[in-house]
Design a protein around this ligand. Structure first.
Ligand code: ATP
Ligand code: MG
Length: 243
């Protein structure tokens, strides 16, 4: 029987509220406004996933599906240095693919599935940064929402299956809805993830990220099956996400 593995986020405080980091065998979604650190967190975990277990890692490789063109090898190198691992080796252990539309995104997920099947036990983390961006472009018309949600549902089912079958942690980033009606004062509390109930249902763990004072960032755990709704603050540093 497979056991759930955890991958550290780079922040000990955030790991604590998550129960040790993000879990394999289910989907974790981090959503929040631009610059709150979703992509930096994804980069950090791609390095951490490679580390020994006592360092919060899973001793495996990572796959990164980049839908926004924001994967940066230089960030991986800098994060690798922080953890004392060879930067080029760290990069080699991450397979990166850029997705250009939602169908392509689906094909890339199938490719990752193939890689997991061919190299059993090698991949421990799959990142999709971001899960909804291309769907929002491809199905932008009002009448296209139900088709979008249907396609999204199929993709999420595939991701969930992959996470269970190959004991992989799946980390999805997501955007928030623009809320033109909200006042400045209540804006932070009003942020809702896009993707509707289909995504809400598929994400076993949801983390809401927001900007705090100055450089501070705050993560709030929501909807976890077994952990309380708690907050943790974290920072974005040259070496990735940290306390
Ligand atoms: P978006 O919704 O636009 O994709 P995001 O949540 O993915 O946003 P990130 O790109 O992860 O946001 O984070 C951007 C933040 O990370 C910025 O505040 C930036 O200053 C910070 N950042 C990026 N690189 C570094 C670095 N090398 N050192 C410190 N902070 C950094
Ligand atoms: Mg980003």
């Amino acid at each position: 029987r497979k056991r759930v593995i955890h991958v550290s986020t780079g922040s000990k405080a955030l790991d604590v509220i998550l129960g040790g980091g993000i879990c394999s065998m289910s989907l974790t979604e981090a959503y929040g406004e631009f610059r709150c650190g979703k992509t930096q967190m994804a980069h950090t975990m791609c390095v951490v996933a490679q580390l020994p277990r006592e360092m919060g890692g899973a001793e495996g490789k990572a796959a990164y599906i980049d839908t926004e063109g924001t994967f940066r090898p230089d960030r991986i190198r800098a994060i690798a240095e922080r953890f004392g691992v060879d930067p080029e080796q760290a990069l080699e252990n991450i397979i990166v693919a850029r997705a250009y539309n939602s169908e392509h995104q689906y094909e890339l997920i199938q490719k990752v599935e193939q890689s997991c099947a061919e190299e059993k036990g090698v991949y421990k983390l799959l990142v999709v940064d971001s899960i909804m961006a291309l769907f929002r472009v491809d199905y932008s018309g009002r009448g296209e929402l139900s088709e979008r949600q249907q396609k999204l549902n199929i993709m999420l089912a595939r991701l969930a299956r992959l996470s269970e079958q190959f004991n992989v942690a799946v980390f999805l980033t997501n955007q928030v809805q623009a809320d033109p009606g909200a006042s400045m004062m209540f804006a932070a509390a009003d942020k809702k993830p896009v993707g509707g109930h289909i995504l809400a249902h598929a994400s076993a763990t949801r983390i809401f990220l927001r900007k705090g004072r100055g450089e501070e960032r705050v993560a709030k755990l929501l909807d976890s099956p077994d952990m309380a709704e708690k907050e943790a603050s974290y920072q974005i540093t040259e070496g990735g996400i940290s306390d």
